[in-house]
Design a protein around this ligand. Sequence first.
Ligand code: NAP
Ligand code: MG
Length: 480
Amino acid sequence: MENPKMWIGGKWVDAASGKTYPVFNPATGEEICQVPLGGQADVDAAVEAAKKAFPVWSKKGQTERSMVMMRIGKALRDNAKELGDLDILEHGTPARDAGPMAVFSAERIEYVSQVARGFMGSVMPLKPGVVFYLQREPIGVCALIIPWNVPLRMVAAKLGTALALGNACIVKPPSIDSLVALRFAKVLEELSDVLPAGAVNIVTGPGSTVGEALSRHPGVGLVSFTGSCETGKNIMAAASGTVKRVLLELGGKNPFIVMKDADLNAAVSKAVPIAFANTGQICAAPGRFYIHESMYDEFVQRFIEGAKKVVTGDPRDPATQMGPVVSAEHRDKVESFIKSGIDEGAKLILGGKRPDTPPLNKGYYVMPTVFANVTQNMKIAREEIFGPVVPILKFSSDDEALAYANDSTYALCASVWTKNISTALRFVNELEAGYVWVNDHMALASDQPWGGFKQSGIGKENSAMGLEEYTQVKAVSIQL
Ligand code: NAP
Ligand code: MG
């Protein structure tokens, strides 16, 4: 594949340093191409370009801007095949998921383009002779820092929201999955008649330089970040010097709680596919399963039966349900969790190893892995694994389940499975989580707010609440 360039100020450019770095196909371990290694100078150029575009883009009427956003959505749909193929190649997304992902990304943009209309203000009756109103304004230049787990969807969600409300933006794609964002810019290039040069810029390169420079930059008004808690804390610290706004969607260790009166069939049928979707690399996926002792053995047995049937293999194959993890480094990290589970005395009952037959042994595969007899203080029950590794724990009372679930610095989302409405509502009220499902898990749509409590983040994305994050409110009082 031809080496791509970065997209700054409406032009395809090399890094100012002229340096590049390799990206790899996780299914084969082969190098795909070299990507520009951006740095401070490239960030400065992108911020300048965005600052120039901002007054042009923000002064368009919302109707006109929303029409442009609808065109971006349409262009994404038209390019869904190419974007999906790239997602398969650089991320290892199974073909059956890659196409829908591109369409879902387009839907996000179409959603924000509509919600942005009629969103920007309200009038309040204050007293006679005074007109008082609230006016929402875009923030200016937004830095959008993207994780590697669902890169296309994240780029679409952040870029779509920032842009629909009149901001200019700089996208910092994940180093290991940069290609899909750059291909997105090619889609935008086709709309250069309506989208000012510099309204969107893509700067590739390491988080420790490009991401850090964006977080510190005085020209950036908001850092919208999705990724790990550790990086979120670094970004908050870097952004504090200029009192930037931060929107942080961070990690989770999401409990999936099966009460003694739950519909076991429904719980298992949901649990298996979502545990291994995107090879376990989804922030909303369950990270720890708590099963009432009365049905623990049956749940484990049925879960294993389901997990054995998950087709793991070449992501290009339409039959594949689970591909590789994203990188060799991430595979090593997931494997270190498996080792810790064994060392701490959990019972490994499925998987735990790499496939040993070609061609899978060349890629970064981890087979579906299940641990039983896991206890609350084991590392696999406490830390985010972000891979196809499932810890199953046991509880004996409602109080115990709640105490275990809330015993975490994470609080992204949770689910409880029960037929009892009182139990359901008690858990809804007492679970510490930004999203709680009852008898479901991981069902999400553009019009539902998403964002965690505690160390899982600050602010919401999706829904009208998500649009608020990319604006600032001006209060206006006019004495007549
Ligand atoms: P990550 O390592 O935190 O990286 C995310 C992004 O931040 C990448 O673009 C990375 O660049 C950049 N970055 C790294 N260090 C930085 C710094 N010091 N300053 C600014 N930017 C920096 O996360 P990841 O491993 O890609 O993604 C997995 C994590 O994301 C998991 O914890 C998962 O739960 C979380 N996640 C959360 C949500 C949610 O909605 N809450 C959604 C998806 C994922 P490089 O790629 O160059 O390192
Ligand atoms: Mg890759």
